[in-house]
Design a protein around this ligand. Structure first.
Ligand SMILES: NC(=O)c1ccc[n+]([C@@H]2O[C@H](COP(=O)([O-])OP(=O)(O)OC[C@H]3O[C@@H](n4cnc5c(N)ncnc54)[C@H](O)[C@@H]3O)[C@@H](O)[C@H]2O)c1
Length: 447
């Protein structure tokens, strides 16, 4: 059987595990891993795996990566020329507007223009990067078409597809790639067929059937809509959270009662805020699409105001704390959890870090703890991996529902800090222990 030579470009949270998973299927694939920051990838990922470190919370993925890297199954490089022999080129580079919308778009055009210089005939580009709807048809495909034309290659001599990623770093990181409902679309019928054949080789499609869209625009839009839906859901509960602490209403209990209805069971809980790379940027993409790609006038007032609410959500928690403590002056605060969500080490756009910065801006002393964040982040934000003694602090804020915090045994001691649960972290047993031992415990949304 002839093997597919697959290049994976962009070896971040999506691309690195994808490259390792494909390399692990050595009967099917030979893998080339390409990243512009290959030195950083070597230092942060490749070398640790060579030295038997386990980088991820997912044990299965650690094993897959160790097999792939120790047995030299991936050729790593920063040179895009290496795609020349590839049958499939997967693109998982990051794309966001943090710097400048037009600069980013220009960079994207340069990237695809360069890629098309080395692409061989009959190969397939598969884009996994989340993009503003319309980017493939209106920006990427015209760029590739004109670069190929210079090589006297027609666009129909290659295959082009889009399949957004739904990966979730954490305990089931690998499975979130191989055992997840994958959506895709091709630029034409043949591209759709090729893409489907490729995805079937590493995705458990019998259990998680592939979903094919009629066109790429619909597929790009699906990703933005699904993330906007979640961001709006989170923003929605924030106004009820404020109502709950202004009026002493037990929102958590109300949500328990609502959640029993199947049609309402994805209502969100009160929390510290929205973090992570995707929910904090993807809903913004639609504004760019309508204005700059489609040049239309549609507006997205609900999405936009939700994004604004989500950006300011930590201030609801701060208000809640201030209501209970009156003044934070001279208080020593311990923030528990630095990652943006439970049981992951990813700190991108983490609300806990925003909270830390806000407290420090107000000259309030606080210490951040997380059991699983990596050395780089620990150094950058001064995160402690060991748990300091709670009695040294005036306020202990539970902010991330890592399993670790549910396993710690809360001890009795004389000097009692005030505990705050800002993200539904503590379970009933822990809350009862604190109450029984006369600790003050305040729960956002009510106990
Ligand atoms: N992280 C997630 O959980 C997740 C989930 C679903 C979708 N996505 C989407 O997948 C895409 C990738 O996300 P990520 O989290 O892996 O990002 P990331 O920042 O972790 O990784 C991107 C990698 O691409 C590399 N890169 C950027 N431009 C490049 C270029 N021109 N040439 C070569 N390499 C380049 C960067 O050096 C980096 O290593 C994004 O569009 C993101 O929105 C991410």
């Amino acid at each position: 059987m002839s093997k597919n030579i697959v290049s994976v470009i962009g070896l971040g949270f999506v691309g690195f595990p994808t490259a390792c998973i494909l390399a692990d299927k050595e009967n099917y694939f030979k893998v080339i891993g390409i990243d512009k920051n290959i030195k950083k990838i070597k230092k942060q990922k490749i070398n640790p795996f060579l030295n038997n470190s386990n980088l991820f919370e997912d044990k299965a993925l650690n094993k897959i990566c160790q097999r792939a890297i120790k047995k030299n199954k991936i050729y790593f490089t920063d040179d895009i020329k290496n795609i020349q022999k590839s049958n499939v080129v997967i693109v998982c580079i990051n794309f966001d507007f943090k710097i400048n919308k037009f600069k980013k778009l220009k960079e994207l055009k340069i990237f695809f223009n360069n890629l098309a210089k080395f692409l061989k005939k009959k190969s397939m580009i598969l884009i996994e990067t989340t993009l503003p709807p319309g980017t493939c048809d209106k920006v990427i495909l015209p760029t590739i078409k004109s670069a190929l034309k210079k090589r006297k290659i027609k666009i129909t001599d290659i295959y082009f597809s889009y399949a957004f990623e739904r990966v979730m770093p954490g305990k089931f990181y690998a499975k979130s790639i191989t055992e997840n409902f994958k959506c895709f679309a091709g630029m034409n019928k043949l591209s759709g067929i090729k893409c489907k054949m490729f995805l079937k080789k590493y995705i458990n499609h019998k259990k998680y059937p592939l979903f094919q869209f009629n066109n790429i625009l619909d597929c790009e839009t699906a990703k933005i809509l699904e993330n906007s839906y979640r961001a709006i859901n989170i923003a929605f509960i924030d106004e009820w959270t404020k109502f709950s602490f202004d009026n002493n209403v037990n929102l958590n209990q109300i949500i328990d009662a609502i959640k029993v209805r199947k049609s309402h069971n994805n209502i969100m809980r009160p929390g510290l805020g929205v973090g992570g790379y995707c929910l904090t940027k993807d809903p913004e993409f639609i504004n760019f699409s309508v204005k700059k790609i489609f040049k239309k006038k549609s507006s997205f007032p609900i999405t936009n105001s939700s994004m604004k609410i989500n950006r300011n959500m930590i201030f609801s928690s701060l208000e809640f704390i201030k209501n209970k403590v009156k003044s934070l002056k001279n208080k020593k605060i311990l923030i528990l959890g630095a990652a943006y969500k439970d049981n992951v080490s990813d700190t991108r756009e983490s609300p806990s870090i925003t909270l830390l910065k806000e407290l420090s801006r107000n000259k309030i002393k606080s210490v951040l703890h997380d059991p699983i964040t990596n050395t780089n982040d620990n150094n950058k934000y001064g995160i402690l991996n060991y748990l300091p003694k709670f009695e040294k602090f005036d306020l202990v804020l539970f902010c991330v529902k890592h399993d670790f915090y549910n396993k710690i045994s809360l001890k009795k001691f004389k000097k009692k800090p005030i505990y705050f649960d800002l993200n539904c972290v503590l379970d009933k047993r822990q809350i009862n222990f604190l109450l029984k031992n006369n600790f003050k415990i305040e729960v956002l949304g009510g106990k």
